[in-house]
Write a protein that binds this ligand. Sequence first.
Ligand code: NOJ
Length: 515
Amino acid sequence: MTNWLKDAVFYEIYPQSFQDSNNDGIGDFNGIIDRLDYIKELGCNAIWMNPCYDSPFADAGYDVRDYKKTAERYGTMEDLVRLFEEVHKRQMHILLDLVPGHTSEEHRWFRESGRAAENEYSDRYIWTDAWLMRADGFAYIAGECERNGTYILNFFKCQPALNYGFLHPDKPWQKAMDDPACLATRDAMRDVMCFWLDKGCDGFRVDMADSLVKNDDAVKSGTCEVWRDLLESVHTKYPEAVFVSEWNNPQSAINMAGFQMDFFLDWTGNGYHKLLRDYDESGRDNSFFRKDSDRSILDFLEEYLPKYEAVKERGFYCLITGNHDTVRAAYHLEERELKLAYAFLLTMPGAPFIYYGDEIGMRYLHLPTKEGGYTRTGSRTPMQWTDGINCGFSGADAESLYLPVDTDAGAPTVENQQNRADSLYYTVKDVLALRHAEKAFTQHDNLKILTAGKDLRSFVYQRDDLVFVCNPSGREEQVPWQAAAGEKLFEIGSVCLQKESCLAGAQSYAVFRCI
Ligand code: NOJ
């Protein structure tokens, strides 16, 4: 495990919307540099930045046109390298977003690949061998290129799948994973990673990491084999490079593929979703941290714990406050609910990830789609820094902003949150300060659940000498957990140790050091 990860807390930056330094209405590298001290002060010491490469932006940059060029709107290569340096000056780290499964249809490799005449890139993507041939089980496209075949997509129409081969090819046009063309795709991606590690980034968040090998088996053993090869070779040259996968299967991602970290992703109905976003179309929300919910923490733990246990010796199964694909947690949760939710998420094992603006409770806005965002667009609005023009995001006219700023009365800003001692911002800051101060948080295989039950809303967990009590409900609860004695290190609401149990006030949370 890379040493700095043991104490890492990540801050995710959507570069479009973080800070505009040249008043063109869109965020940029220099703007991020200007805000590094803010991120550090909050208690985050690492950054994941969404794609910042040359792109037509049909999927917000997840459609890469040139992996080795920065998108002009964010700044130059020199600006980005300066960002890496400024991050490191502050003893922080930064991960770029690697998109290995597909490119933009405007990428030169794809243009070459679509030509009728065979060339170096003909098999860089997955093509059938006749224009009328269907690629069954896949989304595929015909009628766009001069080549006599259809090609497979990895996500949107603009994102043709790169060719890493099939686990068991059974059609003439399907290549084996060790076909020279598929090995060349691997080499091309290895080259991209080394390019950016040479420039000074610290690693990558890997987009759709599970999507490489086609017709893979349930545990994705083909894709895992590709990653083992890629990660082992990159680590030989850059032993400290860090990789976190967008996979949501840590047994595959960490134990088989060799990632150090994997995300617990927000999938409708899964254990993570039930914590913060469990609403149906009628708007009813039964997520665990709602004070009026009837959920027990078991709905989360039953899914989380087996995965955590399976990988805890080798890597992190990471929890997020949200990301650029989720609805903001503040959509349905009130400030107190968010405080408890974050206190929990930020004290769990693994490196937590805070999505920009979640620390102040930025809201989800109902907006028309932008750059392929669809319903995700409402979680990608500009960061709200001040109570001034455009909330301090940009000096451009409001109409030329990348997305509208939430200027509603009551919209949180860093400024108004910092002016209120009991704000969400300070809860996040205080919990992170505790996290960095206590040794128990640098161990990541030490989680024990002390009290949790079907009929209980409260739960108690432990990490070495620290015990955490959480009662998300709107009612006081007598929690069956008996501490010998304890020094209270942190508290929201009121939690009192009693003789044979503990009294957790409505919507309370506390951390004790147990003797
Ligand atoms: C997952 C990314 O998080 C999402 O934003 C993107 O649209 C897809 N992968 C496709 O790259």
